[in-house]
Design a protein around this ligand. Structure first.
Ligand code: 13P
Length: 248
């Protein structure tokens, strides 16, 4: 049985004061739940997240990581630096990183390798754009994104990772994939991984992300291959995030 994971992706939101208020509400609200809960915060708030969360079951992490170990890479943050702040998770290949910052499949794969090597658990994001869905190439796009990582890291490395299916057209749009649409892609992802390693495929947690709200979380999480969620906007509202965690 795969344990459900609900991870918040705060994106570029927050302040010391706002984060403190948010976490103060979230911590007690999710304390008794039996799903795993995590928050992926902007780099400057990792120390705050650690201080507030280290005595709780909530894990924390970052939203991207450098593919490089160290060196002349101005503005970048390495996996070792994230470990210094006791991060468990790091999001890799979010669609906003791919589309706004030009991260190719190869760069995403290199970041994934850097994260796994350091002992972080990458949350690898995959997903198609609206044009790609309408062109009927959803599976081809997701397969290409996954194969890049499997080629670079090996399928066994997925055993130390989480995959998040985030259809780009559902992110921040209020337009959620239906549970059936999401389940189809999740099942496809699991079968693709099973083609490499059945044990890894069976235990792999595949999260859904894209306009998850308290109103739609339960029906998404009830699907056979949906093992939790990666939550953007709703992770910034304590009551909504807690309700989504409760649905898992
Ligand atoms: P929303 O939940 O705001 O649609 O964002 C999803 C997402 O991108 C999480 O990584």
């Amino acid at each position: 049985m795969r344990r459900k994971l609900v991870a918040g992706n705060w994106k570029m939101h927050g302040s010391l004061a706002a984060n403190q208020a948010l976490l103060r509400e979230v911590i007690p609200a999710v304390a008794a739940l039996d799903c795993e809960v995590a928050v992926c915060v902007p780099f400057p708030y990792l120390a705050q997240a650690r201080a507030m969360l280290e005595a709780t079951p909530i894990a924390w992490g970052a939203q991207t990581v450098s593919e490089h170990g160290q060196g002349a890479y101005t503005g970048e943050v390495s996996a070792a630096m994230l470990l210094d702040f006791a991060c468990r998770y790091v999001i890799v290949g979010h669609s906003e990183r791919r589309s706004l910052y030009g991260e190719s499949d190869a760069v995403v794969a290199a970041k994934f390798v850097a994260a796994v090597k350091a002992g972080l658990t990458p949350i690898l994001c995959v997903g198609e754009t609206l044009a790609e869905r309408e062109a009927g190439v959803t599976e081809a796009v997701v397969a290409r994104q996954l194969q890049a990582v499997i080629g670079a890291a090996g399928a066994a490395a997925l055993g130390r990772a989480v995959v998040a299916y985030e259809p780009v057209w559902a992110i921040g749009t209020g337009r959620t994939a239906t549970p059936q649409q999401a389940q189809e892609v999740h099942a496809f992802i699991r079968s693709l991984v099973a083609g490499h390693d059945t044990a890894v495929a069976r235990s792999l947690r595949i999260l859904y992300g894209g306009s998850v709200k308290p109103q739609n979380a339960a029906e998404l999480f009830a699907m056979a291959d949906i093992d939790g969620g990666l939550i953007g906007g709703a992770s910034l509202v304590a009551a909504d995030f807690a309700a989504i965690c409760g649905a898992a």
